[in-house]
Design a protein around this ligand. Structure first.
Ligand code: UDP
Length: 486
C-alpha cells in the first residue's frame, strides 16, 4: 500500500487548553478559530510511516484530533514501503543521530531504492493534494516526497524529529544525502535550535518542541486502584487473589474501556508489588540503550537498594517501520542471561500488546504512574516524549542529558540529568538517591509535573501550529504578482 489513511476522530478543542489560565485559553481558542476559518476549503495533510509506536504517531493522534475538533480539515496518511526501504530509512535515522547503524552506506543504490519506494507514495499523494493545502512531512522517511509534491501548489513543510547536539561526520554526510529533498520544502521544523543543520536558510526554520496530550489514554489521570488493576490484568503485577479490580481507562472518544490483554513477560514472570520499581518505556532501539539501563541498574542500583527494573516496549511483531527491534530485544535478552541469578530475579522485560493502541497506552500510563523512578537512558534523543509523560504523572525521572531532554528537565528541579549517557555510575547514583529519599523524590516529581504544565502540553504546540498555518497563508500574499512588483 503506497498510502493508507489513519482515521482520527475530532476531539473537543476546549480539552486541549484546559490547563491554561482562563484568559490565555480564551485568547488561544479565538486564535485557533480564526485560523480555522482562514483555512476553510484547504486540507492540512500529515504524512509519516507509522500509525502506532513511537513519538511521532503519538503526537499526530492528538494534534490531528484537536485540529479536526477546531474545524480544521487535518488528515493523516501513512506511507508504505518494502523491507529494503525501511532498512535504508532506519540507516538514515541512526546516522542522523551520529551512529553508523547497520554500517551500510548511503550510496547511489540506496538513494535509488529510497526514491523508487517514495515515487509510489508521491504519486498517490499528488492525486490527493490541492493547491493551497498544507503538507507536513515527518522525519527522513518522508523527506523524499517534498520534490515530488513541488508544483502541486501546496505549502510543503518538513519536520525533523531527530537530531544531534554536536553533529559528527556521519550526521553531516546524511544531511547531504537528504538536502536535495529538504530543499524543496517551504518550511523546516526542528525540535531544538541545536538540531538545525548547518547551511540551512534560517528564514525557513522554526523550532517546535514536541508536546504531550494530558487528556489522552496515555496521560489521563488513573485512580491508584485502576493502576494496579491494569497491571494485574496485563500480568505485569501478580493477580493477588480472584478479584483483579477494575482495569478501567477512558478512550479519547470519552468512551469507558477496560484493559483485557496481557503483556508478554520475559525475564521475571511478574513484578513484586512490594518492591520499588525502576522503569524505562521505549521502542527496542539501540539508541534507547536498554542494555545500558540493565547494566546501570545491576551494577549501581541493585547492590545498594532492594528494587526491581522493568524494561517495557512494544510487542515486536507489531512495529512495521523498524527492522531492528527484534534484534535489539534479543541482544537485551542475551545480556540479561549473562548476568547473575540475583540480577535476573530483579529484571522484567515487558512486551506490551499493540492490537489496541489505546489499551497499550493505558498500560504505559499505569506503568509510568506505578513506578518509583522512570528512566530514559537514551544515547541520543530529539526529544523524549516518555520523559514528559512520566514528569506529567509526578514520577521522578532520571534521564541522559542529551538532545531535547536537556530542555525538558532542569537538573535537580524537575528531574535528574546524567551528562554523559554512558556514565552508569552517575545514572545509578541518581536512581538510588530518589529511591532512598522519598521526600526528595516527591519534590522532583512535583517539579517535573509543573515543568510539563508550563512548557510541554499540547496547547503550546497547537498555538505554534496555527502560527505556522497563518504564516503560510500570509506568504501567499507575498507571492502575488502585484505585490512582487510593488
Ligand atoms: N510507547 C508506547 N508503547 C510502547 C513503547 C513506547 O506507547 O510499548 C510510546 C511512549 O509512551 C512515547 C512514544 O512511544 O509516547 C515514544 O516517544 P519518544 O519521544 O520517547 O521516543 P521515539 O520512539 O519517538 O524515539
Amino acid at each position: 500500500m503506497p498510502l493508507s489513511e489513519v482515521t482520527v476522530f475530532p476531539r473537543p478543542i476546549a480539552d486541549a487548553v484546559d490547563e491554561l489560565a482562563q484568559s490565555r485559553s480564551e485568547e488561544l481558542l479565538a486564535q485557533i478559530a480564526e485560523t480555522s476559518s482562514a483555512l476553510e476549503g484547504r486540507v492540512v495533510w500529515h504524512v509519516n510511516t507509522t500509525a502506532r509506536g513511537g513519538g511521532v504517531a503519538e503526537m499526530l493522534n492528538s494534534l490531528v484530533g484537536y485540529a479536526r475538533g477546531a474545524g480544521i480539515d487535518s488528515r493523516w496518511r501513512v506511507i508504505g514501503g518494502d523491507p529494503r526501504f525501511f532498512e535504508i530509512t532506519k540507516r538514515i535515522h541512526n546516522r542522523l543521530h551520529g551512529s553508523a547503524g547497520d554500517g551500510g552506506a548511503l550510496c547511489d543504490e540506496a538513494r535509488a531504492d529510497y526514491e523508487s519506494t517514495l515515487a509510489f507514495s508521491g504519486h498517490a499523494l499528488r492525486e490527493l493534494v490541492s493547491p493551497g493545502d498544507i503538507v507536513v512531512l515527518h522525519d527522513p522517511q518522508t523527506a523524499g516526497l517534498a520534490p515530488l509534491l513541488a508544483g502541486t501548489g501546496a505549502h510543503l513543510v518538513w519536520r525533523c524529529h531527530i537530531g544531534l547536539d554536536e553533529p559528527n561526520a556521519i550526521a553531516e554526510e546524511t544531511w547531504s544525502f537528504l538536502r536535495p529533498y529538504v530543499d524543496a520544502a517551504d518550511e523546516l521544523i526542528f525540535s531544538r535550535p541545536e538540531h538545525v543543520w548547518t547551511g540551512i536558510d534560517a528564514a525557513r526554520v522554526r523550532i517546535v518542541p514536541p508536546a504531550i496530550d494530558h487528556r489522552s489514554s496515555k496521560n489521563h489521570w488513573l485512580a491508584p486502584e485502576s493502576v494496579d488493576a491494569i497491571l494485574r490484568v496485563a500480568e505485569i503485577l501478580p493477580a493477588g487473589g480472584a478479584d483483579l479490580g477494575n482495569p478501567a481507562f477512558a478512550r479519547q472518544s470519552g468512551e469507558a474501556a477496560e484493559v483485557g490483554r496481557r503483556a508478554e513477560m520475559l525475564g521475571i514472570a511478574r513484578l513484586d508489588p512490594d518492591l520499588p520499581i525502576v522503569c524505562q518505556v521505549s521502542r527496542w532501539d539501540r539508541l534507547k540503550d536498554p542494555v545500558g539501563v540493565l547494566h546501570g541498574f545491576a551494577g549501581h542500583v541493585l547492590p545498594s537498594h532492594e528494587s526491581q527494573l522493568v524494561l517495557a516496549g512494544p510487542s515486536v511483531s507489531a512495529v512495521a517501520d523498524d527492522p531492528e527491534q527484534a534484534e535489539v530485544l534479543n541482544e537485551l535478552m542475551s545480556s540479561l542471561a549473562s548476568l547473575s541469578a540475583t540480577v535476573r530475579d530483579r529484571v522484567a522485560i515487558a512486551c506490551l500488546p499493540m492490537e489496541d493502541i489505546e489499551e497499550n497506552a493505558a498500560i504505559v500510563n499505569a506503568l509510568q504512574r506505578r513506578s518509583d523512578v522512570v528512566v530514559q537512558k537514551s544515547l541520543a534523543e530529539g526529544f523524549g516524549l516518555t520523559v514528559s509523560e512520566a514528569m506529567w504523572k509526578g514520577t521522578p525521572v532520571v534521564a541522559s542529558g542529551v538532545g531535547g531532554i536537556q530542555d525538558q528537565i532542569e537538573h535537580f528541579l524537575s528531574g535528574m540529568l546524567v551528562d554523559e549517557p554512558t556514565d552508569h555510575a552517575t545514572f545509578g547514583e541518581h536512581i538510588s538517591l530518589l529511591l532512598r529519599e522519598p521526600e526528595f523524590a516527591d519534590v522532583i516529581g512535583d517539579g517535573g509535573r509543573e515543568r510539563v504544565r508550563e512548557e510541554f502540553l499540547v496547547a503550546r504546540h497547537l498555538h505554534q501550529d496555527v502560527e505556522l498555518y497563518d504564516d503560510l497563508l500570509a506568504s501567499e500574499w507575498d507571492d502575488m504578482p502585484f505585490r512582487a512588483s510593488a
